[in-house]
Design a protein around this ligand. Structure first.
Ligand code: ADP
Ligand code: ZN
Ligand code: ZN
Length: 745
């Protein structure tokens, strides 16, 4: 007998091992095994297939040991892994690595699960009562100990107990315990310290829904009767979350589990508290702030008889094992952080969630105030259901959005600072009334550019093809691509004559200037420089909510789904900069960012105000934004996408090549593109030099494939892979770093 296993390594394909006679009736797909691989190395691997087909004529190694008595990766999960690996052109090993918490996959024989002296014990779920009594029929001492262990677990509502707890049982003897372990009735494993059992009691039932919310909920359910996926397009604060809560409540009553996806860890805090108030400790939280050990515990709990009923998490939480999944919710579905950029698998969590739901035979609910063009298109064409919720909850008025023409104001000498007079006035009024203001600038640091007044020299990174940003606090120039820092030169290194002038405004300068303009106010800043420390993000949010910060300056971080109650005005500084970068999605992104930022304005009973500072107010996008007219915006975008054959009319596969030597990468990319063009013709674009064409010493080239829906996804992928292996035979190509980014954004 043979087993094909997935090794958690970036190698394509499965690896075949032979299965020893004693392992044959135990081993199954989804179990972990220890296998020899490479020289003197052992790895933990996941069994993908058990079969009797002897592999070709090479010597085959034997599986060293079987770790699990029952699969730890479910059939559906493995199916999802296979899909991700196929669709996103990544190895199953990469998918496995992304999916399983690392303590579950120790890379040698000395660590983790495989160790024999373990701390915790649980019952082997593969045994039922009949098996057990057959196994220990004539061993009364083992029977007694086992009965006491079962009693203990039921009494304490736990799935495992520690060695110490076993020792305290009346029937304990080392021999009896060891026999139970040997017979695999008890299963030992390590837990450093379980932190899962935090007591959090629910204290409210879901709020009764407003008429509009109820209508939306009914429409969602009605739509689920014939659509697998429904998009809830609801304004910010329209009460989408409360609708989710009602849906979750219903599903839990049917004994189902719900996966609730959020784009960012930052958003989980507010939502966790809100969901806990209704669902107490039925919720498991899963994101990058949770350490590996706790992830492992969550995984095990999900496999147990008492799994979490709700999982609230970021993209990786869709890899957890669900046994009774009933619904997937993807909140803020438009967020680009749902797409994994690095490392492989570069999957889109929204689309993968829809696939997970499909495999599990359940529905997906997407929610957003500013849906992605792709999702809205799917809703328009009937692939998804569409439910719209226009009003803010409690009939609070949507904020008034006004444009300020900074070019004109400058010409008329009205711009005395970075802020337009109207914005100044609004902030002053806010401060007088004890209200708050938010200022949004999509650029961190003090000044995005430094320039010599005489020769126009600008400092660049030594490792990347980018200009450096001046950060005042550390008095240095910083590369935003590789984080290298450089001292600010005392004089221009090129002409030694001119003065070095800072150009442009980042959040750091904005904060400084605002502090000077409003000397009495407490100004806070939120960007990736001020939120590095643990909990610093939460602290800033909390301070703002408690009114300890009056004016909050920040990057797009502040625009994301956070609920504030006392914000009179939101100012968007240098709005054009969000629209003017060369990407077909720049307007979509800009629209989303501005509408989402605007959504932070508004108080309990009064209308909020949003002021957008632009030098180019005639751009049509501003008309859509000021009228908060998503549908017209969508129509303008979809027409363009159609004209230029962009998604959703095509699917993009980006092929990225990197090498230290620019000639090599250029040669490799050209050859790759040429070969692809033979079959795909003008669907192949490039190779192109990306806007930033060198990062961390590596020169970059990109080939873009625009694949229409008539082309078979399988054929395209096979073509790409075979082309790659053909090129890999060439020595010049061998050292080129190459990866694929499917549905790149
Ligand atoms: P969204 O998710 O669309 O941004 P929320 O669900 O957060 O909107 O609702 C906005 C605010 O209105 C929240 O403070 C929420 O607690 C409140 N809210 C929403 N629906 C109800 C309801 N049915 N009863 C009471 N308060 C509600
Ligand atoms: Zn100079
Ligand atoms: Zn750099």
């Amino acid at each position: 007998m043979y087993a094909d296993v997935i090794l958690p390594l970036p190698l394509s394909g499965l690896f075949t091992y032979s299965v020893s006679a004693e392992m044959q009736d135990k081993i199954r797909r989804g179990m972990r095994v220890t296998v020899p691989f490479g020289r003197r190395k052992y790895y933990t691997a996941v069994v993908a297939k058990v079969h009797r087909q002897p592999p070709g004529n090479f010597t085959i190694k034997e599986i060293h040991s079987l770790i699990d008595p029952a699969p730890v990766v479910t059939e559906r999960q493995l199916e999802l892994w296979e899909w991700i690996s196929f669709y996103y052109l990544s190895s199953q090993g990469d998918v496995c690595k992304a999916a399983l918490p690392s303590p579950m996959m120790p890379a040698d024989l000395e660590r983790g699960y495989i160790q024999k002296s373990e701390e915790q014990f649980r019952l082997n779920p593969a045994f039922d009562d009949a098996d057990i009594s057959a196994t220990i029929q004539r061993a009364p001492k083992q029977q007694i100990l086992l009965d006491e262990i079962m009693w203990f677990l039921t009494e304490h509502e736990k799935d495992s107990l520690s060695r110490k707890e076993v020792k305290e049982l009346n029937g304990y003897s080392p021999v009896a315990l060891n026999s139970l372990i040997k017979k695999e009735i008890l299963f030992p494993f390590t837990i450093e310290k379980s932190r899962l059992h935090r007591e959090t009691a629910s204290n409210r039932s879901p709020y009764p829904l407003s008429e509009e919310q109820q209508k939306a909920l009914d429409a969602i359910q009605h739509s689920f009767s014939d659509k697998q996926t429904v998009l809830l397009h609801g304004a910010t604060s329209s009460g989408k979350t409360e609708i989710y809560i009602h849906l979750i409540d219903q599903l839990l009553k049917e004994g189902k589990q719900v996966l609730y996806l959020l784009p960012e860890i930052a958003l989980t805090t507010q939502l966790t508290l809100r969901l806990q108030s209704v669902f107490g400790d039925k919720i498991g939280i899963y994101h990058s702030g949770i350490d590996d050990q706790e992830r492992t515990e969550i995984w095990q709990k999900m496999l147990s008889e008492t799994p979490y009923e709700i999982i609230l998490g970021v993209r990786s939480s869709l890899f957890l094992p669900f046994r009774r999944l009933g619904l997937v919710i993807v909140d803020e579905e438009h967020e680009t952080s749902y797409k994994q950029q690095d490392p492989s698998p570069r999957y889109h969590a929204r689309d993968t969630a829809i696939m997970l739901a499909h495999i599990s035979g359940v529905k997906t609910l997407l929610g957003s105030a500013t849906p992605s063009i792709e999702s809205y298109y799917n809703a328009q064409t009937g692939k998804y259901g569409l439910v719209t919720l226009d009003e803010r909850f409690g009939k609070i008025e949507a904020p008034l959005i006004r444009l300020q023409n900074t070019k004109d104001l400058r010409r008329r000498k009205k711009m005395k600072s970075l802020l337009a007079p109207v914005l100044m006035e609004e902030i002053n009024t806010a401060l007088e009334n004890g209200e708050q203001a938010i200022l949004f600038r999509n650029r961190r640091g003090f000044a995005p550019m430094i320039e010599c007044t005489a020769c126009a020299w600008t400092p660049k990174c030594n490792h990347c093809d980018v200009t450096l940003t001046y950060h005042k606090k550390v008095h240095s120039l910083v590369c935003h691509y590789c984080n290298a820092t450089y001292p600010l030169p005392a004089e221009c290194p090129s002409c030694h004559e001119g003065e070095l002038k800072t150009l442009g405004t980042g959040t750091e300068r904005l904060e400084e200037e605002v502090s000077q303009l409003f000397p009495g106010a407490i100004v806070g800043r939120m960007d990736s420089d001020t939120t590095r420390g643990k909990d610093s993000f939460e602290r800033i949010i909390h301070d703002f909510q408690e009114n300890r910060i009056q004016i909050l300056v920040g990057t797009q971080m502040i625009s994301k789904g956070l609920d504030f109650e006392n914000v009179r005005v939101v100012g968007i500084i240098a709005a054009d900069s969000m629209l003017n970068y060369p990407d077909f999605r720049s307007h979509e992104r800009g629209f989303q960012l501005m509408i989402q930022a605007a959504g932070r304005a508004g108080r309990r009973d009064k209308q909020g105000m949003v002021i957008i500072q632009t030098a180019d107010p005639e751009q049509p996008i501003y008309r859509f934004i000021t009228r908060n007219d998503y549908v017209s915006f969508y129509q303008s975008q979809i027409a363009e996408r159609k004209l230029f054959k962009y998604p959703p009319f095509t699917r993009l596969i980006s092929i990225v090549l990197k090498h230290k030597d620019e000639h090599k990468v250029e040669y490799g990319a050209t050859s790759f593109a040429r070969l692809l063009k033979r079959s795909l013709g003008n669907k192949v674009l490039g190779p192109n030099k990306p806007v930033v064409s060198r990062i961390q010493q590596l020169h970059i080239r990109e080939i873009l494939l625009k694949i229409d829906h008539a082309t078979s996804p399988t054929q395209v992928r096979e073509l790409i892979k075979s082309t790659e292996s053909r090129l890999r035979e060439n020595n010049d190509f061998k050292q080129i770093l190459l990866y694929y980014n499917v549905d790149s954004i």
